[in-house]
Design a protein around this ligand. Sequence first.
Ligand SMILES: [Zn+2]
Ligand SMILES: [Zn+2]
Length: 78
Amino acid sequence: MLELRPGCECCDKDLPPDSTEARICSFECTFCASCADTVLGGTCPNCGGELVARPRRPANNPPSTTRIYNPAGCGKRS
Ligand SMILES: [Zn+2]
Ligand SMILES: [Zn+2]
């Protein structure tokens, strides 16, 4: 089962389970649409995999609460 992480690794934007903006790679590295498209060019910075739209999950199945925030990993300096 997908972990459905709650936020973007790049900018820490909230990505709730029913968000249409979430993008994931096959390892479930999770990013928002704007980071995936503009900063990352559709490629996961952690594993080099393809970033695709994350399937949405109905509210009766709780998502992960493990928030991963790693702006350095996606080439941002802050
Ligand atoms: Zn983001
Ligand atoms: Zn990845």
